[in-house]
Design a binder for this molecule. Structure first.
Ligand SMILES: [Zn+2]
Length: 656
């Protein structure tokens, strides 16, 4: 069976209390020179690469062992089931945008194997590790260890993949498996007399809420699949999970702060513990607000986001500074060799997106943009089949992308978030449209009852000029909100070549007028090279600055700057100073930019000179470690006056 995305259900999962409506991935076509080649590599290289490597790991064979009921040792880590499901979720979104028969069949074959394994177990439960290696210890009970077994996490990944696969293809095979599984969990987990089982690794929270929303939107699917499909059961399950963190009655703690299981979520105000778990928990918490409208969930989510953004984020958007336990550090603990797992960055991206849906505020998109252009893109090699787990801001030369990993969680996360990019570009509410991201693209939104086509042309992020053609079906009055990025100091907006006045609201320039077919918005975002400093409380970065242009951070690699870099990276500051080897930027460096069409799929490079007059070349941070395996540094020595004022809701800012 084949399908055409355009024929499929185009309604995305939308929660009741969103301030802003999202659009489905398949209603946006990305046409540009920056993202299009990267998404092509994702579709044609990365997806197959990841599926093949899981097959080679024996991770898919685990399902066959369970289906055959003959035993056999589990291959890989207990959470490999979940990683395979996450890959299916991402591929589903890719298929929704660009149908690919081979990929569609490949996924169908895997789904067949999953469903056979689930049927062999019999009651909806499926976790190949527990079934093969720890029978009798489901959910970590009877002497098991849920934090290791990942039963609930894997279940969540399956459920989320199923919703995305159904939305993309209209097929219900995996969805039926997900409903059986969710029903099984609803039966056994909850307040007494049910059992106190909560996820030891978050993700199931939002996953089950997506199923809840689908059950609300399309309750008739239950009869079609011949399974009970009760929305309220799913909402109740997630509410139980959120409220019973910190309640260890009848179960072990999942490691306290490590898994955000130290106290009830609504009492948590500081982001602590394992950063991937944390960001996915907060994503689910925000989704629970979006489903219920309960203000306390949103207030807590915003507090946690503020804590991460203004006290615990690296300049690239990376989070989770500490290697041990892959966790958040203390406030303002932002070492250059921070851990910064690709997955944690993506998790922060999902969290930020949900907060945008809840509030319509641009600062959440600013964060998402920083993460997409820096952490997510750095996480994968340009050729699409090597990956970073950690994303430090300095390297002495030993940090290289790997072909594969004993814990290959990051590649599926990249496969999940990159296709979602299409759905982040535009959004709308009853007053008009939001243009969040500047990416060459075309989309049709319905504003009021008027279909409106938006067509963006831009060379962003290398240039700040954006042209948007607005074509309503007939003349109509509505707002177009253009995000003014946090990094941008100067911007000019014209409509049909005429300067226009506008209000700034929640970080958006609001253009309110009667629009006629073919109206042109010309947005010019000034995009100079900036030097950026960090909050003075971060003492490790006194006398340092980072090069940023637009949303992209720049770094120096030894392949271009051997002398400067090797001295800077390989010796301590004290040693450099003592031996007069300290290399720094002058107070007011002159920057020159050059678009190099041959630098991978094209990039703007930045050239300047160090204090001694030696030439330096800076490249976009996400492209590092693609040409050489040398040293790299992002924060550069730069002595500038320290400003103690004006740091409210800021961790980084341009040096004036
Ligand atoms: Zn990861």
């Amino acid at each position: 069976m084949s399908f055409k995305a355009t024929e499929m259900n185009k309604k995305p999962i939308t929660y009741k209390h969103q301030a802003v409506h999202n659009v489905p991935v398949q209603s946006v076509r990305i046409q540009d020179t920056f993202w299009e080649p990267k998404l092509k590599v994702l579709r044609e290289v990365t997806t197959y690469d990841v599926l093949n490597k899981f097959e080679n790991d024996g991770a898919l064979r685990n399902f066959d062992f369970v289906a055959e009921g003959a035993g056999g040792f589990h291959s890989g880590e207990p959470w490999f089931d979940g990683l395979i499901y996450e890959t299916i979720r991402g591929i589903s979104d890719i298929l929704a945008v660009a149908y690919d028969e081979q990929l569609d069949h490949r996924v169908d074959d895997i789904i067949e194997r999953i469903v056979r394994a689930q049927a062999a177990v019999g009651d909806g439960y499926i976790n190949t590790y527990t079934t093969l290696d720890r029978p009798g210890q489901r959910w970590g009970e009877n002497g098991g260890f849920l934090r290791w077994q990942h039963d609930v996490y894997n279940a969540g990944c399956l459920i989320e993949a199923a919703v995305h696969h159904y939305k993309a293809t209209g097929k219900t095979t995996l969805l039926k498996a997900a409903v059986l599984y969710a029903n099984h969990m609803s039966e056994i987990m909850g307040a007494p007399p049910k059992r106190n089982i909560v996820p030891a690794h978050s993700l199931p929270e939002e996953a089950v809420l997506k199923l809840y929303q689908l059950a609300q939107d399309e309750p008739e699917l239950g009869a079609a699949m011949k399974v009970p499909f009760e929305a309220n059961d799913y909402l109740e399950l997630v509410t139980f999970w959120i409220h019973n963190r910190g309640n260890h009655e009848g179960r072990y703690s999942h490691g306290g702060e490590y898994a955000q299981d130290h106290k009830p979520v609504l009492e948590q105000e500081e982001a602590v513990g394992h950063a991937v778990r944390a960001t996915l928990l907060y994503t689910g918490l925000t989704a629970l607000y979006l489903c219920t409208g309960e203000a306390a969930y949103l207030e807590t989510a915003k507090k946690l986001w503020d804590n991460i953004s203004y006290q615990k984020s690296h300049i690239t958007g990376g989070v989770g500074a500490v290697h041990h336990d892959e966790k958040f550090g203390a406030n303002y603990e932002l070492p250059d060799n921070g851990y910064l797992e690709t997955c944690a960055g993506a998790g922060m991206g999902f969290f930020s997106w949900n907060l945008f849906l809840a509030t319509g505020e641009s600062r959440y998109i600013d964060k998402l943009e920083t993460i997409l252009y820096n952490i997510v893109l750095a996480g994968r090699s340009i050729d699409g089949h090597k990956y970073f787990y950690e994303n430090p801001l300095v390297s002495k030369g030993g940090h290289n992308r790997w072909e594969w990993h004993s814990c290959p969680c990051c590649p599926p996360m990249i496969i999940k978030i990159l296709p979602e990019l299409a759905s982040y570009i535009y959004a709308y509410d009853n007053k008009g449209a939001f243009v969040n991201l500047y990416i060459g693209s075309e989309s049709e939104l319905t504003i009021g009852d008027v279909p409106v086509t938006f067509r963006q042309q831009t060379n962003y992020p290398w240039e700040g000029a954006v042209n948007i053609t607005v074509t309503p079906e007939r003349e109509a009055s509505f707002e177009v909100r253009l995000r003014i990025p946090e990094w941008c100091d100067q911007h000019v907006i014209r409509v049909n070549d005429q300067a226009v006045s506008f209000e700034l609201e929640n970080g958006y320039a609001v253009l309110s007028r009667a629009w006629s077919p073919g109206d042109q918005i010309q947005l010019a975002l000034e995009m100079p090279v900036h030097l950026v400093e960090v909050h003075p409380i971060v003492t490790t970065h006194a006398d340092k600055a980072a090069i940023r242009r637009g949303p992209v951070l720049y770094c120096l690699e030894s392949v271009d700057n051997e002398k400067f870099l090797n001295d800077t990276v390989l010796y301590t500051r004290e040693a450099l100073r003592e031996n007069h080897m300290e290399r720094k930027l002058p107070l007011n460096p002159v920057f020159e930019t050059e678009y190099d069409a041959g630098f991978f799929d094209g990039a703007v490079l930045v050239r300047t000179k160090d204090e001694a007059g030696n030439p330096l070349t800076a490249i976009p941070y996400p492209y590092w470690n693609n040409r050489s395996r040398g040293t790299m540094v992002l924060w550069l020595q730069h002595e500038h006056p320290v400003q103690q004022e004006g740091w409210e809701q800021k961790l980084y800012r341009t040096i004036e």
